[in-house]
Design a protein around this ligand. Structure first.
Ligand code: GLC
Length: 398
């Protein structure tokens, strides 16, 4: 029996946290279910409660919560970092009380306080959900994340091969494991004879490219009744971006056909009748859970490449791929889908089958197997394993 604790700095209902809840919900029944330790309370607790997952909140102080990727001046950065160090002492008490064997940090802040909190006899794993590149992290931080942090842990989990290319883990064993997705059991309608509803799901952020989507939608669906749903909220202080989107919708003259829905607990509800799901990240997406959700929900999916979505979708077979940050290409892909019902039907049917392989019940057992093996020092240094089709490739020990 291996006791595992997952750590996050936030309580937000965001991708890395959602996939953790999905993995814990599918944890092997013979094993103790891990605890999810959060640095703030938030909507992810409701999701965890619905799956009967044990969540505990140890509140981070506000200076650390305010520590942002974009930087906030030296003074605030230092006091934020000191807050993370103080937090480590509190986390250590919880980890000790739970006699955790393995601690998995799912965010950068969690890795900082987790590494400081956890005694050497326990196993620390970094579950990396972001690409370590200067288009996402401050330039000076990138080398530390790329070369140093992976060597301070016992194992690194990355959510795609694309994410793996952004770090240099040295001897530390790596697992490429698609983040767990709960595949919703509802009945999803395949695309209709005409495109009526085009949906984009994801938190509002400039890098997620909701504006790229709106521009492409306006051009591909000019003179049509099709409606666009932008599902997602500004979770980490992107309110200015949200206002810019409202302005853009007005400028494009499509306010009667665009719905900025905000954050919802149940995005699947918007996929039941959706014909097309768009993913429009401006920079390479690390994985893109919503792409799998759209495929599962029998939407015709258009997503951006390079990045995680291009590892899931085979262009023209189970979805369409367009270059990042290119509203013209996205608009053309949407026009093709608009004009070709047979294409939509074909992509949606194949996509549903592709998504099946990403369900939490498929991806979690090999993830668990790898974590236990890392703890028992049964994973070779320098090794890169993958979870695929419900097992580890290559199998451990080969
Ligand atoms: C982060 C990444 C996203 C990924 C999710 C789960 O939110 O930005 O691409 O799908 O984590 O790994």
């Amino acid at each position: 029996m291996t006791e595992v604790v997952f750590l996050s700095h936030t309580g937000a209902d965001s991708g890395a946290e959602q996939s953790t809840v999905a993995a814990l919900a599918s944890w092997p029944e013979s094993e103790p279910r891990p605890v999810f330790l959060l640095g703030q309370s938030g909507a992810i607790q409701d999701r965890a409660a619905a799956s009967r997952i044990d969540c505990e909140v140890v509140a981070l102080d506000s200076a650390s919560v305010g520590l942002k990727r974009s930087g906030a001046g030296l003074r605030r950065t230092v006091s934020g970092l000191l807050g993370l160090v103080r937090h480590a002492a509190k986390v250590r008490r919880v980890v000790d009380a739970r006699s955790a064997d393995v601690v998995v940090a799912i965010s950068l802040k969690a890795l900082i306080f987790g590494r400081l909190a956890v005694r050497r006899s326990r196993t620390v794993v970094w579950s990396l959900h972001d690409r370590v590149s200067p288009d996402y992290f401050p330039r000076l931080v990138v080398p530390v994340l790329r070369y140093v942090l992976p060597r301070l842990v016992d194992g690194v989990i990355v959510n795609s091969r694309s994410t793996l290319t952004t770090i240099r883990p040295g001897r530390t064993p790596v697992l490429v494991s698609a983040p767990a997705t709960e595949l919703d059991p509802r009945t999803f309608n395949p695309p209709g004879r005409e495109v009526r509803s085009v949906v984009m799901v994801g938190r509002l952020a400039a890098w997620k490219g909701q504006d790229v989507f709106l521009e492409a939608f306006a051009s591909a669906f000019a003179d049509s009744d099709a409606e666009a749903y932008v599902v997602g909220g500004a979770l980490f202080g992107e309110e200015d971006y949200e206002s810019a989107l409202r302005q853009q919708v007005g400028d494009l003259g499509i306010e009667d056909r665009v719905h900025l829905v905000g954050h919802v607990a149940d995005p699947w509800a918007y996929l039941v009748d959706a014909d097309v799901l768009v993913h429009a990240s401006r920079i390479p997406e690390p994985f893109g859970l919503v792409v799998v959700q759209g495929l599962w929900a029998r939407c015709a999916v258009v997503a951006t490449t390079p990045g995680g979505p291009a590892e899931v979708i085979t262009d023209g077979v189970d979805g369409l791929l367009v270059p990042c940050d290119d509203p013209g290409s996205l608009g053309r892909a949407l026009s093709n889908l608009r004009n070709d019902a047979a294409l939509r039907t074909r992509l949606a049917a194949a996509g549903h089958e592709t998504a099946r392989g990403y369900g939490a019940r498929v991806t979690t057992p090999p993830l668990h197997e790898w974590l236990v093996a890392v703890h028992e020092r049964g994973v070779a240094k320098h090794s890169v394993s993958e979870t695929r089709g419900g097992s580890l490739r290559p199998p451990l020990g080969t």
